[in-house]
Write a protein that binds this ligand. Sequence first.
Ligand code: PHE
Length: 524
Amino acid sequence: QLVLTTLDVQGSIPDTRTLVLPGQTLPAASNDDQIAILGALNSLLSREMITYETREVISHVLTPEGAQIANEGSHEARVWSVLPEKGKGTPVSPVQLKKFVGDETAKVGQGRAFKNGWIGKDGDGLVKLVAEISDATKNDMQEIASTGTLKTGEKILADLRKRKLIVQRKIQWFTVNKGSNFSTSTVKPETDLTVDMLTSGTWKTSTFKKYNFEAEGIPTNGGALHPLLKVREEIRDIFLEMGFAEMPTSSFVESGFWCFDALFVPQQHPAREMQDTFYLSDPQRALPPQPEYYKKVSTVHEHGGFGSTGYRAPWSHEESSKLLLRTHTTASSAHMLYKLAAKCRGEVIEGDEQELTHGAKDTTNLDGKGDDGFRPAKLFSIDRVFRNEAMDATHLAEFHQVEGVVADRGLTLADLIGFMRVFFKKMGIENVRFKPAYNPYTEPSLEIFAFHPMLNKWVEVGNSGMFRPEMLEPMGFPKDVHVHGWGLSLERPTMIRYGINNIRTLVGHKVSIDHIENSAAVMF
Ligand code: PHE
């Protein structure tokens, strides 16, 4: 307020050391006073009520000895003052002098007083030689105490500094002018336009704080891809670069028919039990599949065919029509393979099949009977599957499956193995091994193992096989068409890549947003 009122009256403040602060009688010459003033200036500056410039001077302050001289006179003056004038009293002996003025002053003062011609010897004692003296040191000290410097200049100041009577000090002071928002009122400006201001109309008269465009903003947190999505993208790129087409996988709900029967999974297979598969309660039943195909599938299960004896167990329509959450994306592959075989069945299907085969032409038809409608295809999908499993650090009731399927004439197990070597190599896994395994829908079947350098052991990374004729031939594929496929989880490689050892770090309500935001963009 003092700054504002002074500016209002004077127009400007050339030197803040001239201000007399509230509760004080002398101008604000000290450094502490100027620091207090600076606080006020900065607050006014932020509201653009003033502008100021900083000045700096070297000033001097008195040491305790210097302050004593300012008050009591110099040592030489004190020595002079206790002596009698010559002939007017008993000369003072050196011992007495010490008693009068103290050891230090007696010692220092005597010499200077002699040099100045103020005192002299009279017998064994000391006397004044002059009736009056001018105590220059005292005057200097008083001048420094009030102005911080000496008019006579640097030479004497340097001498006084050497005598440790004064010390140098930097003092800041300020020149102040009115700012663009100058006013004598210190009411704090508003920082927000509120509903209250709008309804009451006070916004019209309020002063608002200006935007500070120099201020650093709050960090903007944009969206970040989840590590699973990033790895999914990388695996998708591998498939695409190998010429695969992506299968549609949006139906999480499948029927027992497509998830199991079409794949020649026996209706009594344990995977179909309630504790392994989630079944829907509403609706419970799927619409019937295409009747001819349904008949072929049920027959191959019950009585065999296509060179197979079948399971020789009664067929259950109920089991086949149950709706469930798909337990593997091989259900989607079955849909797509059925579609791919459409032309082989003599059906005319456009669009989808063209897309699946990338417009491939059949050039390997060797049976001499002309075009049987088959077109080779490479298909893949990466999507969610569901299993009714006990959850632990590495298992959840849902996860993502990566699945690849290749259909062509005369494919062999060697093609499958070769394909997987290339595929896993592209994923950065060079060291793979294959182990015979069992799947109801593939024969032979292979589990894929990769050497994990951090765990220093072989870990299972996938499952694969050549689809059985019991699955392919009811769809209508010619006998020489073989299809191989492989599947792996998306979570396993993601956990390995990102060094995560608990799946709950990756999926579910315990996932930390920080972890998602800070995980590396590319891991392969
Ligand atoms: N469906 C298999 C699984 O869930 C993976 C697989 C796909 C195996 C295709 C063979 C052929 O593990």
